[in-house]
Ligand binder design. Sequence first.
Ligand code: SF4
Length: 283
Amino acid sequence: MCFGVRDAIALALEHADVGPLTILGDLVHNPTVLSALEAKGIAVAQDVPDVRTPTLMVTAHGTSERNLARTRALGLTVVEATCPLVHVAHRAVAALARDGYHVVIIGQRNHVEVRGLTGDLDRFDVVLEDDDVLALDEHPRLGVAAQTTQPVEKVRRLVSLIRRRFPQSEVRFIDTVCKPTKQRQSAAIEMASQADVVIVVGGRTSNNTHELVKTCARYCTRVHHVQTDADVRPEWFDGAEVVGLTAGTSTPDDVIDRVEARIRLRADATVDKFASARASLRR
Ligand code: SF4
């Protein structure tokens, strides 16, 4: 789990001990963590009008200044669990807009972090694929930043596409992909290149987990995404000698440990099966 998510969970638990708390949106896209928070009495609301407690918490994904002001104007106390690296991305976007660039964000249009990054802008574009770049209008100055969890290789590829598409424009790129995402992606590539099977642990709706699955699938043909150890199927490991294990940034260590234990159980069973097959051949 990255430090941003870990700190956000700790902050939520700390505030829940003081008084009733509602988290606005999913603090993390992980059902195991969410049920642990629910067990502490922490409510989750998708929209501000649904908040029933005097205090609400903004998730690690952050939000816009406009949204914060609107929320405070309703008399609600806001606790910000925004990751410092998301704040860095916000500052980068604000600087681009202030310096007269038309802002282009590389990310998922409806992702809460992207809505936060763009929420204070009057004009901007969001691109995720080549076709989105082809649909952009020309601007004399284009300022590009990215959602923190996008694969950096993809971001760089889209930036060069933007540069090629608008050779007359001044294109300024600020790399806002966070360090934990970059490290995870490069470690996953190294691991997937050596593995026969890769297991990626993380919530079904977690963007960075999906990106890890896609990255691993480029280097290994047998990649499986699981949420918990209960999803692990023994037949996935048939004939496999090396199994790779990785996880999205919001996956708790104990969930990963249980998945690892399940894989090791299967490996031990396979070794036992070979041992007994060898023994019966000798007989
Ligand atoms: S993925 Fe990166 S930006 Fe997002 S919470 Fe973790 S460290 Fe922060």
